[in-house]
Design a protein around this ligand. Structure first.
Ligand code: PLP
Length: 344
């Protein structure tokens, strides 16, 4: 809120400009601390989509591989990429990745998300890095869903680039970052006035970046305790769902998942009906990913995991947040139970 009162352009050398600049550099340090990177490796963007487009289009061109459960913005930024299959649990198939790398030795980039936005399934990024490195490929990792929920560290994961989006961990919408080792390898997709060390032109969104930095510091300070609380709620939610509807299917339940995401299929009850019934009860959930939940197409993520179209159409995604309480889980279960009873 304080940053909204700053009027200086962060590229200007006068005092108000320097004040805005200081806010941006403070946020850059916060993101660097959060992700184990150097401040010079942080490039601010308008969000996850732009960060991934910058990584995938700004690196030297070459064949790329992406998983079949990537966010649509990855597929759009790498339209010619070959796809790596996933298991029925929603984890990337490392043997398939290895085969694809062997078949096309010139692969330049492998793009795999750290955690899936629909199922919460955490991907084996360190194994992906090992295989990609052996084949001489770089790894771009969409960490949009992971920040604030599990540790996300550039060095520890060993990836070349991480894409982040502030609103997933409490910051404002429309701002994010690409954290990139050797950013000098990138060509900007938005060339302009030389901002962000020439990697992303355009006057920075100072208030947005300040909010992103504040949220990053909050994660650094409170992250772990908050996640333990969310994990407890998550277990209560899923046990409650299965005791109301023992035949409900929680996608990815056998895999390592984020502590806040539940993707559940209720046989015979269309997702739109579930979303609307819950909305009337004041509960906001989505069908598939939020950006496509207004559309009618079944989730490509679930289809890639082997779901039928009708299973995908009967699936909703429930996300718990830092402000979620026991009473929210109770309210969800009370509103969802009649739908489950109607289905049996
Ligand atoms: N990647 C994942 C996994 C996402 O969930 C999202 C958005 O929800 C994005 C990328 C795109 O991020 P943004 O909406 O900030 O552009």
């Amino acid at each position: 809120m304080r940053a909204l009162t700053l009027t200086g352009n962060p590229s200007s050398v006068h005092a108000p400009g320097r004040k805005a600049r200081a806010v941006i550099e403070d946020a850059r340090e916060a993101i660097a601390a959060l992700t184990g990177a150097a401040p010079s490796e942080v490039i601010f963007t308008s969000g996850g989509t732009e960060a991934l487009a910058l990584a995938l289009r700004g690196l030297p061109p070459g064949p790329s591989l992406i998983s079949s459960i990537e966010h649509p913005c990855v597929r759009a930024a790498a339209p010619d990429a070959r796809e790596i299959t996933v298991s029925a649990g929603g984890t990337v198939d490392l043997a398939h990745l290895e085969r694809l790398l062997a078949e096309s030795p010139a692969v330049a980039v492998v793009a795999i998300m750290l955690a899936n936005n629909e199922t919460g399934v955490i991907q084996p990024i360190k194994d992906v890095v090992r295989l990609a490195r052996a084949a001489g490929a770089m790894v771009v990792c969409d960490a949009v869903q992971a920040v604030g929920k599990i540790p996300v560290d550039l060095q520890d994961l060993g990836v070349d680039a991480l894409a982040l989006s502030a609103h997933k961990w409490g910051g404002p919408q429309g701002v994010g970052a690409l954290v990139m080792r050797h950013p000098e390898r990138l060509l900007p997709i938005l060339p302009g006035g030389g901002q962000e060390r020439g990697k992303r032109g355009g006057t920075q969104n100072t208030p947005g970046i300040a909010g992103l930095g504040a949220a990053a510091r909050a994660v650094l300070e409170q992250g772990v305790t908050e996640q333990q609380h969310i994990q407890t709620l998550h277990d209560r939610l899923e046990n409650g769902i299965l005791s109301i509807a023992p035949r409900a299917r929680i996608w990815g339940r056998t895999e390592k998942r984020l502590p806040n995401t539940t993707c559940v299929e209720l046989d015979g009850v269309n997702q739109q009906r579930q979303v609307m019934t819950l909305d009337l009860a004041g509960i906001s959930i989505s069908a598939g990913s939020a950006c496509s939940s207004g559309k009618v197409a079944p989730s490509p993520v679930l289809l890639a995991m082997g779901a039928s179209e009708s299973q995908a159409r009967n699936t909703i995604r429930i996300s718990l947040g830092w402000a979620s309480r026991d009473s929210d889980v109770d309210a969800f279960l009370a509103a969802w139970a009649p739908l489950a009873r109607a289905a049996t």
